[in-house]
Design a protein around this ligand. Structure first.
Ligand code: ATP
Length: 202
C-alpha cells in the first residue's frame, strides 16, 4: 500500500522548518511521497496581506527540490472559492483510491482542527501526523478535540513526529527580510534567490 503525505500550508515563504518536518514525516511514516499544497489567494479580497499564490507556488517548487520524495500540487490554488482541507482530501482519495493518506500538520494548526469543515468526517478518512511546535503544546487541546485525540493516538490514526522540533516560522522570516536581517540557515538558497529576484517581503 502506498503511503502519501499531504502537507497544506501558506508557505509564505516555505522554510527549512517545513523541509525538516516533511523529511522527518517521510522517514518516520515511510511515505512514498509528501505533497506540499500551497493555499490559494484569499477568497475574500479584503485585508489581503498574503504573497500572491504564483510566487508561493514557485518558491515551494524550488524548496521541494530538496528531496526526491517531495512533490507540489497547485490543487488548492486553482480551485475557485473557499478551499477546505476536507475537499482536498476527497480529490486525493479519488486520485489514489487504495493509498493510505496522511494529513501532515504542525501542532499549532492541529489545535484548531475542530473549526475545520466536517472535521469529524475528515479524521475518519485520513490518518494524521503532527509535528509539535513551540506555542502548540498538546497539553492545551481544546475540549472539542480531547476524546478524538486520545482515541486516535491509541489507534495509531494520529502519530506524533519523533524528530526534534525546529522553531523556524514564516512570520519570523518575513520580519527579518523586512528589516534586512539575515535568514541564513532558515530558507533554501534557491528560495532566497527567488525572494531577492522578485523583491518580496520588503
Ligand atoms: P506563519 O508564520 O506565516 O504562520 P508557518 O511558519 O506556520 O507560517 P505555514 O505555511 O503556515 O508556515 O505552515 C504549514 C504547516 O506547517 C502548518 O501545519 C504548520 O503548523 C506547520 N509548520 C510550519 N513550520 C513549522 C515548524 N517549524 N515546526 C512544526 N510545524 C511547522
Amino acid at each position: 500500500m502506498k503511503n502519501i503525505g499531504l502537507f497544506g500550508g501558506t508557505f509564505d515563504p516555505p522554510h527549512n522548518g517545513h523541509l525538516h518536518i516533511a523529511r522527518a514525516f517521510a522517514n518516520e511514516l515511510n511515505l512514498d511521497m509528501a505533497v506540499f499544497l500551497p493555499a490559494g489567494d484569499p477568497y475574500h479580497k479584503t485585508a489581503n496581506t498574503r504573497t500572491p499564490a504564483k510566487h508561493r507556488l514557485a518558491m515551494t517548487e524550488l524548496a521541494a527540490c530538496a528531496d526526491s520524495r517531495f512533490a507540489v500540487s497547485d490543487c488548492d490554488i486553482v480551485r475557485k472559492g473557499a478551499t477546505y482541507t476536507f475537499d482536498t482530501i476527497q480529490i486525493f482519495r479519488q486520485q489514489f483510491p487504495t493509498a493510505r493518506l496522511w494529513w501532515l500538520i504542525g501542532s499549532d494548526n492541529l489545535l484548531q482542527l475542530h473549526t475545520w469543515k466536517k472535521w469529524q468526517t475528515l479524521v475518519k478518512q485520513t490518518h494524521m501526523a503532527v509535528a509539535v511546535r513551540t506555542g502548540g503544546s498538546l497539553a492545551q487541546v481544546p475540549r472539542e478535540l480531547q476524546s478524538w485525540l486520545g482515541q486516535a493516538l491509541q489507534k495509531g490514526s494520529l502519530q506524533l513526529l519523533q524528530a526534534p522540533p525546529c522553531n523556524i516560522s514564516s512570520t519570523e522570516i518575513r520580519r527579518r527580510l523586512r528589516h534586512s536581517e539575515s535568514t541564513a540557515g532558515m530558507i533554501d538558497t534557491q528560495v532566497a534567490a527567488y525572494i531577492a529576484r522578485h523583491n518580496l517581503y520588503r
